[in-house]
Every structure is written in structure tokens, then in C-alpha cells.
Design a protein around this ligand. Structure first.
Ligand SMILES: Cc1cc2nc3c(=O)[nH]c(=O)nc-3n(C[C@H](O)[C@H](O)[C@H](O)COP(=O)(O)O)c2cc1C
Ligand code: SF4
Length: 362
């Protein structure tokens, strides 16, 4: 397990191992104003206490009209900085660095006429989403919102930001040629929307503040994902976290004998093409699998999302050779709507209780 527990760093941010808790939204604790609640703070404190190497805070919206859920956390106004700084402080006190994912839902937003690079509609969870082509002024406004959000994140004490550039949200929509059919410069160079945001953020924040991206590995195909990664590297991106792109408008492929998720294959291929750190995610269930992926693909960081929802102490338990628990891969993960419904966590807690009772009775 040596590699999984190897310390490393991104710029000046020291990371004690290769285990990252990637963004995982929880609307159960939020309110419509997007302000941080005490439950948010305690949740991230526990994840940090569990010896997690790095936390990337859940998708936090840059625009009150760009939310993916009514109670999503926000970073669109200065008043939100105080609550966000409580999360950053709590995590830092446990010796863990924290980035924040900054997000705009685009055509996957709540309702009404939704922002999208081109006129585009699709069904998400059975609900029709209708996107209207953004004007140049609208594009520039959202780019400014991302930049302002990054400055707020820096002021709140985060170590960096992750641009949300995958999973059917606005930045991802610009990258994907089957969604972005614009005839102007934002369609000709589909990285342009993200690149201009990256440049603007870099101008506003100190040199050591980390700016990374969560990118679709297949956007729509792997060669596009690799090209986007190369362009972003040239523009100074600090890390690339590789996930799936615009689901339904992508073409994920991996060799039949690749034993893990296709987007882990995409992360491996992107790692071969760039020299910035690359993170891999999806379906990584136990420490042995995490170690094998690190060795097989040469990626730098392993994201454990549902595994850490089930067990905040996943990293500590892995390090000390204990059972890390099991996500049951429920048909739909209901954790974000009600954390008490996580069956994997309930089973783990029951097992721990039984063990304690057994030891007490010895
Ligand atoms: C409840 C829930 C909420 C999520 N929220 C986000 C999010 O805010 N931003 C994001 O990029 N991915 C989000 N994801 C995706 C996870 O970060 C991760 O990529 C996915 O769960 C696969 O990793 P896993 O197999 O380790 O769970 C979410 C996933 C779940 C289950
Ligand atoms: S056990 Fe079910 S509810 Fe819990 S994290 Fe896994 S999928 Fe989500």
C-alpha cells in the first residue's frame, strides 16, 4: 500500500496521502439562500479527521440562477464567505487541505429558460430541461461570476478551487461539440469558455492558490478529453480530476480487458498526455483497488466519494488495516437528500457496535 499513503504536494499544498474526498453535494442540510449550515461544517470536519488526504468541497454555485438544486451551497455573494471560512478552518484544524468546486448548472438547472452554449433540450431524471443559446454578454457575465467566486474562495481560506467542467453542467456543455454547436469563437474553440475563466482567476489570486478542473474524459470522445486536458495544461491548470462528461452526449470506450470503470481508463490516458497531477474516480471501493489503480495507471490521486460517505474514517481504516465499509451502490444514492438513508453507513455502524459488544463481553 506504499503509494496510497505516499505524501505529496500540489504547488505549496501538502497532502498526506493519495486519498481525496471528491465533491459530493448534500442538499439535506442546505437552505435556499445557499449559506453554510453547522451540519455542513461538521460533515467536512469529520471527513478531515478521518485522515483524508484532500477534500474537494461539493459543487458550490457561482450564480443564484445557476443552481442544480434549490438548497445547493452558494458562493455568489460576499455574505457567504463567513460560513465557507468556517468549513475551511474546521478542515485545516484537522490537518487536511481543502479545495472548493465552483459550479454553474447550465441546462441542468432548476427551471425556466436555462443557460446553454446552444439551443438544446434533454430529459434529466424524467424532467425536460430546455436550454437557450447564451448571448456573448451572458457568457461574459457567468465567466465573471466564476472569477469572483474563486476570489471569495481564496478570501474564505480555501487552498484552491476546482472548476466543475463535467457531468452535464455549463462548463461541460461548452466542451462537448454535440451540445455546443455555436458558430462563434466559443464554438470554434470549445475550451475557450473555461480557458478565459482560468486566465481571469489566475490574474486575481496569489500564485500559490491552486486552480484545477474536473473534466469529462470522454467529451464526447477520449481524444477530445485528451485535447482539452492538453490545452488547459498549456494555460496553467494545476490538476485535472477526470470524471464522465455530458452523459448521453458522450462515447465512453475502454479496452475490454481494462478491469475498472471507463473513466479511470480515460484518467490513465490523460495522465500519459500531460505532466500536471491527474485524479481518477468512479467505483473505487477498497484500498487494494485504489493501490492497484495508482500502480497500473500512474495517476496521482484516487477519489473515494461514496466510500467516504459510508465511512468518514475510510482513509484511517485503510491505513490501519481495518474494514473500510461498503457502499451498496443503491440504485439511486439518496445520501444527498437524506444522509440518514445511507444503508452502507447503517451496516458499518451496526458491525462496529456488534464488535464493541463482543469485546465488552470478553
Ligand atoms: C450523492 C452524490 C453527490 C455528488 N455530488 C457531486 C458534486 O457536487 N460534484 C461532482 O463533480 N460530482 C459529484 N458526485 C460524483 C462523485 O464526486 C463521484 O464522481 C461519483 O460518486 C463516483 O465516485 P464513487 O464511485 O467513489 O462514488 C456526486 C455523487 C454522489 C453519489
Ligand atoms: S450505500 Fe447507498 S446511500 Fe450510501 S453512499 Fe452507497 S449508494 Fe449512497
Amino acid at each position: 500500500m506504499k503509494k496510497l499513503f505516499d505524501p505529496w504536494q500540489i504547488k505549496t499544498v501538502k497532502i498526506k496521502n493519495r486519498i481525496c474526498f471528491p465533491p459530493v453535494v448534500c442538499y439535506a442540510w442546505g437552505t435556499e439562500d445557499g449559506y453554510v449550515t453547522q451540519e455542513n461544517v461538521e460533515h467536512y470536519r469529520k471527513v478531515a479527521k478521518g485522515q483524508t488526504g484532500l477534500i474537494i468541497q461539493e459543487a458550490t454555485c457561482v450564480d443564484r440562477n445557476g443552481k442544480l438544486a434549490a438548497n445547493q451551497l452558494g458562493i455568489w455573494e460576499d455574505g457567504q464567505i463567513k460560513g465557507l471560512s468556517e468549513i475551511a478552518d474546521a478542515v485545516h484544524k484537522e490537518g487536511c487541505p481543502i479545495f472548493i468546486q465552483i459550479h454553474h448548472a447550465g441546462v441542468s438547472g432548476l427551471d425556466g429558460e436555462l443557460a446553454c452554449p446552444s439551443d438544446y433540450s434533454f430529459y434529466k431524471d424524467g424532467v425536460k430541461k430546455a436550454g437557450k443559446e447564451m448571448t456573448i454578454e451572458e457568457i461574459h457575465k457567468v465567466q465573471q461570476e466564476f472569477t469572483d467566486a474563486a476570489v471569495r474562495a481564496w478570501k474564505a481560506g480555501y487552498d484552491g478551487v476546482e472548476l466543475h467542467g463535467c457531468h452535464q453542467y455549463l462548463m461541460c456543455e461548452f466542451f462537448n461539440r454535440w451540445v455546443n454547436r455555436r458558430q462563434d469563437a466559443y464554438g470554434e474553440h470549445r475550451e475557450r469558455f473555461a480557458v478565459e475563466i482560468l486566465r481571469a482567476i489566475k490574474e486575481k489570486v496569489p500564485e500559490d492558490f491552486v486552480v484545477g478542473i474536473r473534466l469529462g474524459g470522454f467529451e464526447p470522445r477520449l481524444e477530445d478529453g485528451v485535447r482539452h486536458a492538453r490545452v488547459l495544461e498549456k494555460e496553467g491548470i494545476d490538476f485535472i480530476d477526470v470524471s464522465y462528461g455530458f452523459s448521453g452526449e458522450d462515447d465512453p470506450k475502454a479496452p475490454a480487458d481494462f478491469p475498472y470503470e471507463k473513466c479511470i481508463y480515460a484518467a490513465a490516458q490523460i495522465k500519459r498526455a500531460v505532466s500536471v497531477p491527474v485524479f481518477a474516480v468512479n467505483g473505487i471501493t477498497d484500498p487494494e483497488m485504489a493501490q492497484d489503480i495508482l500502480e497500473r495507471t500512474d495517476v496521482d490521486m484516487i477519489d473515494i466519494a461514496r466510500g467516504i460517505i459510508v465511512n468518514h474514517n475510510w482513509a484511517r481504516d485503510a491505513m490501519e488495516g481495518r474494514d473500510t465499509g461498503k457502499c451498496l451502490h443503491c440504485r439511486r444514492c439518496l445520501w444527498c437528500e437524506n444522509p440518514d438513508t445511507c444503508t452502507g453507513r447503517k451496516i458499518l455502524e451496526k458491525n462496529l457496535q456488534r464488535k464493541k459488544e463482543f469485546i465488552d463481553n470478553l
